[in-house]
Design a protein around this ligand. Structure first.
Ligand SMILES: NC(=O)c1ccc[n+]([C@@H]2O[C@H](COP(=O)([O-])OP(=O)(O)OC[C@H]3O[C@@H](n4cnc5c(N)ncnc54)[C@H](O)[C@@H]3O)[C@@H](O)[C@H]2O)c1
Ligand SMILES: O=C(O)C(=O)C[C@]1(C(=O)O)C=C[C@@H](O)C=C1
Length: 364
């Protein structure tokens, strides 16, 4: 049964899909919906969330045409189903939607790990379905339906890891879906993806969680100095360590091998640095920090971040995007601006609000 029907998106430029079903309506599900609306990717965007509160929020915010109580009902009649739930829930959701998939339907996901998701999802899918896993390398520490915004994927990478035998037509459609959501797409082997992401995302998150945990353990200072005198490095760690506990528990449990491999290397390097500090080996420290500085330069040169520092002061932040001044997503449905309404023209979404408010680097 649906919560309500806001009407199919009409008069959009060349929709890629008739009906897209999003299973899971948190940060990534809602951001995808906003990005798809912006570009007129689908005639109809429907979704499923387990809680009535989330389904109601999705309809109130206006990023869905219909919200269903079950994943199976949302998937019925969809030409593509996007699994936007924590990676540990992917298998159960795949089992639930499998019987209601249309022949030839594409199933894709946005999970942060790929090998375990493929293992969990693929066995449940009927022969006629094409499974094309994907992972947008864009996110924030926020979660839930209110946290999404259309610009989240703009100029970020999305890695597609097609299962062996996935039809080229389905892979091309998933590629185009992400390109139209603003991302650049690369195709990668799932095991390679999991190793690369263990280096660039998963282990850094674990290190941030650890550092904030260490500070919290130091009860003497935590309640006052750690907060009051928090320096930029620690503040960056606290943002990362504020990320969703369910999502990250599942990431580490499902990318165990690669994360442990990188953590082992990390520990060795840490011991070497510890030794250099103890023995006063300044040359080792200087050479090491010179090498790591070059990595940052490479990221800036690749356009994956900006050199402008902010550190929460708002001084070096990007200038606000042209257009209406940023406002936060209103809690009161009546206060929603017309741009929030379903059927708003492509390009209009509340996303510019939270996205712009967070700044271009901070919102990612
Ligand atoms: N947050 C990020 O930075 C980020 C970036 C890229 C990919 N991802 C991946 O995207 C997926 C979703 O993450 P998110 O950030 O949107 O999380 P989120 O917490 O904002 O949203 C997840 C949603 O899934 C729902 N859910 C959980 N279990 C479910 C189940 N069994 N059935 C139906 N719904 C269920 C939750 O209620 C929630 O609404 C995860 O797999 C995550 O690894 C996250
Ligand atoms: O900016 C953030 O909050 C993120 O950590 C996003 C981030 C990452 O860059 O590591 C986290 C997990 C994802 O799977 C993809 C993106």
């Amino acid at each position: 049964m649906t919560v309500g029907t806001a009407g199919a998106a009409a008069n959009r430029p060349s929709p890629l899909f008739d009906r897209v079903a999003l299973i899971g309506l948190g940060l990534i599900g809602s951001s995808m919906a906003w990005a798809m609306r912006r570009d007129g990717v689908a005639r109809e965007i429907v979704g499923h969330a387990r809680s009535a509160e989330t389904r109601t929020a999705a309809m109130r915010l206006g990023f869905l045409d219909a919200a269903y109580e079950t994943a199976a009902d949302a998937a019925r009649g969809a030409d593509i189903v996007v699994l936007c739930v924590p990676v540990g829930a992917m298998g159960a959701v795949a089992a639930e939607i499998a019987p209601s998939l249309s022949p030839g339907a594409i199933v894709t996901d946005v999970g942060s790990t790929k090998g375990a998701v493929i293992e969990a999802v693929a066995p449940h899918l009927p022969d006629g379905a094409a499974f094309v896993p994907a992972h947008p390398l864009a996110g924030t520490e926020h979660s839930g339906p209110e946290s999404g915004f259309a610009e989240l994927f703009d100029n970020r990478w999305c890695i597609v890891t097609p299962a062996p035998g996935a039809p080229g037509r389905a892979v091309a459609k998933v590629r185009e879906l992400w390109e139209r959501c603003g991302a650049q797409v690369d195709v990668m082997d799932p095991a390679r993806h999991d190793l690369v992401l263990a280096v660039t995302s998963h282990t850094p998150h674990l290190i941030a969680y650890t550092m904030v945990g260490v500070a919290d353990d130091m009860r003497r200072v935590t309640k006052s100095e750690v907060i009051k005198y928090s320096a930029a490095g620690f503040r960056d760690f606290t943002r990362i360590a504020a990320s969703d506990p369910t999502m990250w528990r599942d990431v580490f449990l499902s990318n165990r091998e690669a994360t442990l491999e990188i953590l082992g290397r990390f520990t060795e390097e840490l011991f070497a640095l510890q030794r250099a500090i103890r023995t006063g080996d300044g040359q080792h420290l200087f050479d090491y920090f010179t090498r790591t500085r070059a990595i940052r330069r490479g990221i800036l040169d690749a356009g994956q971040d900006t050199a402008k520092s902010d550190f929460g002061r708002g001084r070096g932040a990007e200038p606000p995007a042209p257009g209406p001044s940023p406002v936060s997503v209103p809690a009161d449905p009546e206060a929603a601006s017309p741009a929030l309404a379903p059927g708003a023209p492509p390009g209009a979404s509340p996303a510019s609000a939270p996205g712009a408010a967070r700044g271009s680097a901070g919102g990612r």
